[in-house]
Design a protein around this ligand. Structure first.
Ligand code: NAI
Length: 460
């Protein structure tokens, strides 16, 4: 996005990317397009369709006959979507005049206002390039655990977890964060018995806890995921048949067998091999490249954006930073508001939020009024057969300004957009409550929750 926006604004741009696909062909688009957001959503969609056909079609009066699962075809569909989108990046680069350089870049040094880089191409050729401005957007890599190196056969990272060609019987995922929940949902729907083992004793501590607790209940009771919090993994023994895990939970020692273990224990900024020191840059204590509010590093002419810097590791946050840096390079004065970055977890139901949680509002000593509305009372959600979850709106008790919106329910990823607009425009809950929302629609639940802030919910 940074390359495209900079080129749009008339700058001469080269984008270096080392990503390759399974056949070693250049595959720009980073983690998001290749092994993250997009392939996971493709599999979430396929697995949800499978689960609906098996679990829900009959209730709609549809007898589908014996349902067959072909994981290879499901994976091929996913790959096709990825290929189309990565090819789309190539097309956009051409259209906007960005020179795409497949290869691995590292810093060589700085001379005057020129920053020198080496690009190592796959065919071993090296090319040196220089620029007055460099944007580091190298993203993040899965966090590894020393005691459990990936073998990419039975102990996998998220990339391996998205590429399985058979459905594991027993799948254990270490980490009940975003990746654990999404990957766990995919394989559970396709027939795996899935257990998520999580070290923290609070489920999704970054989410509003009332909503997170409801999510936990639905995911474990209706969706069938097993989620154990507050565990400590002691050992993993590999035998030819299985992986035998020993862990402690609540002071008790427990054992669990798995065919496949996926590690989803967070991601780390990707700075390895960049030779940052050659331009006088060093990562901070958490491995991130230090930047100011405008993504400027301490080295003039070097900028950094996305997962490799502070803030949430989210593609949409990274994109906005990329666009903002490009605009700043072109003399504009954009700002990225890191306070209103929506978060989404694509489970079923989906969980999405923006702004303050009730806990954060309390910790900040803010007096708030809260409105809630369950999807159970929303006609569209009932008709869809997806009445679980709720919308929770947190508003300032003094000004009525909306401070946070938390949605657990169908299409929460889409519904949250209205809340983001409301927060960015500093809307009050009354503002949203007075806006006409289409009926029947899921968005009515947000309006009703806003009405609820003032104790005047209508459909409950
Ligand atoms: P995460 O931080 O969401 O979750 C990792 C979890 O692993 C945490 O709950 C942590 O307590 C737990 N953990 C750490 N060490 C552990 C251990 N040894 N044993 C058991 N549990 C352990 O990170 P995750 O899920 O790996 O995702 C990485 C990043 O990618 C996140 O920043 C996430 O926001 C982003 N992402 C976003 C998506 C989305 O927007 N829908 C989808 C997938 C990833």
């Amino acid at each position: 996005m940074a390359a495209l926006r900079a080129a749009q604004l008339g700058l001469r741009v080269a984008c270096v990317d080392e990503g390759v696909d399974g056949q070693q062909r250049p595959s720009p688009g980073g983690t998001c397009l290749n092994v993250g957001c997009i392939p996971s959503k493709a599999l979430l969609e396929s697995s949800a369709l499978y689960a609906r056909i098996i679990g829900e079609a009959a209730g709609h009066g549809i007898d589908a006959g014996p349902v067959q699962l072909d994981v290879a075809r499901m994976q091929a569909r996913k790959e096709k979507i990825v290929r189309q989108l990565t090819a789309g990046v190539g097309y956009l680069f051409k259209k906007n005049g960005v020179s795409f350089m497949p290869g691995r870049a590292s810093f060589k040094g700085k001379e005057g206002d020129q920053i020198h880089l080496t690009v190592q191409r796959k065919d071993q050729e090296r090319e040196d390039i220089a620029a007055a401005q460099v944007i580091i957007a190298t993203g993040s890599v899965p966090r590894t655990l020393e005691s459990m190196p990936f073998d990419q056969e039975r102990i996998l990272d998220s990339t391996g977890g998205l590429a399985l060609t058979t459905v594991p019987r027993q799948l254990v995922i270490l980490g009940a964060g975003v990746i654990g929940l999404e990957l766990g949902s995919v394989w559970q729907r396709l027939g795996s018995s899935v257990t998520l083992l999580e070290t923290r004793d609070i489920f999704l501590p970054e989410a509003d806890q009332e909503v997170a607790q409801q999510a936990l209940k639905i995911l474990t009771q209706s969706s069938g995921l097993r989620i154990e919090l507050g565990i400590h993994l002691e050992a993993v023994e590999k035998t030819t048949e299985s992986l035998n895990l020993t862990y402690t939970s609540g002071g008790e020692s427990r054992k669990l067998c798995a065919d496949v273990l996926i590690l989803a224990v967070g991601r780390c900024p990707n700075t390895k091999g960049l030779e940052l020191e050659r331009v006088g840059l060093a990562p901070d204590g958490q491995g991130r490249i230090p930047v100011d509010a405008h993504c400027r590093t301490p080295v003039p002419g070097v900028w950094a954006i996305g997962d490799v810097v502070r803030g949430p590791m989210l593609a949409h946050k990274a994109e906005e930073e990329g666009v903002a840096v490009a605009e700043r390079l072109a003399g504009q004065l954009p700002e990225v508001n890191l306070v209103h970055i929506p978060a989404v977890i694509y489970t079923e139901p989906e969980l999405a939020w923006v702004g303050l949680t009730e806990e954060a509002a309390q910790a900040a000593g803010r007096a708030v009024r809260i409105g809630r509305f369950p999807f159970q009372a929303n006609g569209r959600a009932k008709a869809r057969g997806a009445p679980q979850g709720l919308v929770k709106v947190i508003a300032c008790a003094v000004t009525d300004r909306i401070l946070g919106v938390h949605i657990l329910g169908p299409e929460a990823s889409e519904l949250i957009a209205e809340a983001v607009v409301a927060l960015e425009f500093q809307a009050s809950s009354e503002d949203l409550a007075r806006i006409v929302h289409a009926h029947p629609s899921l968005s009515e639940a947000l309006r009703e929750a806003c009405l609820g802030v003032d104790g005047r919910t209508l459909n409950l």
